[in-house]
Design a protein around this ligand. Structure first.
Ligand code: C5J
Length: 224
């Protein structure tokens, strides 16, 4: 296996040194993908997110074969809500608010069934899981320190939702100097048009926030 590969991507191909690349899987939690969770309380059709599962599973298996650094994130809050700003809890008119009891436990609360990662993408014990209170993976977490510790320069990013936590994390990472490559079919949104626009925003203007590829190109490059 080559230690680095050139991957088809937009706006242009990118060469990645695998030892300096992490696979980052954003918020593939039951609260976003399954009925009765946070996503549905906001009025969303959660079935829209299912399309990202299989492409992520394929890339995750290949990354594990390569022994790449794999990092999963979960959005959620402490049981006492001390890390949940009132402005987030009080917003809108959801059917249940963050912290309310729901069919998968308290909505978006760490340790509850709904907060956990879906079984199809469940982290191995050896993989890193970042619990984040915000949309971006850097805010109020150890994510940045972990990337530095492992000498990571490039992030292969997938997960949900494209325009919220994926975009926020990519923007945070881009400002910190990471090359972000977003896997288009490994991301999804409750709003297909936001998914399309979220990807376009990343790769526009010569890749203002990063690159966009797809799972087939990642698998091909990882197999080099
Ligand atoms: C949202 C996320 N959509 N993980 N969170 O609230 O994108």
């Amino acid at each position: 296996m080559k230690s680095s590969s050139t991957m088809a991507a937009e706006p242009e191909p990118i060469t990645l040194d695998w030892s300096r690349t992490a696979l980052v899987i954003i918020d593939m939690q039951r609260d976003f993908l399954e009925p009765g969770g946070f996503g549905e309380t906001l009025g969303n059709d959660v079935s829209q997110l299912a399309r990202a599962v299989q492409p992520i599973a394929a890339v995750l298996a290949a990354a594990r074969d390569r022994e790449m650094l794999v990092i999963h994130t979960r959005e959620g809050h402490l049981p006492d809500l001390s890390d949940a700003p009132p402005a987030k809890i009080e917003r809108g008119a959801p059917s249940l608010r963050i912290g309310d009891p729901g069919p998968m436990g308290r909505i978006l609360i760490r340790g509850e069934a709904g907060h956990d990662i879906i079984p199809a993408l469940y982290p191995l014990d050896s993989e890193i899981v970042i619990d984040k209170p915000g949309k971006g993976a850097f805010y109020a977490t150890e994510f940045g320190d972990i990337l530095q510790k492992y000498g990571i320069e490039n992030l292969l990013v997938c997960g949900v939702t494209t325009e919220v936590c994926v975009n926020t994390t990519v923007r945070e990472a881009n400002d910190r100097g990471y090359r972000c490559v977003v896997i288009s079919d490994g991301c999804a949104s409750y709003f297909p048009e936001f998914h399309e626009m979220g990807l376009k925003m990343i790769k526009a203007q010569g890749g203002i926030f990063g690159w966009v590829t797809d799972s087939a190109a990642v698998l091909q490059a990882l197999g080099d």
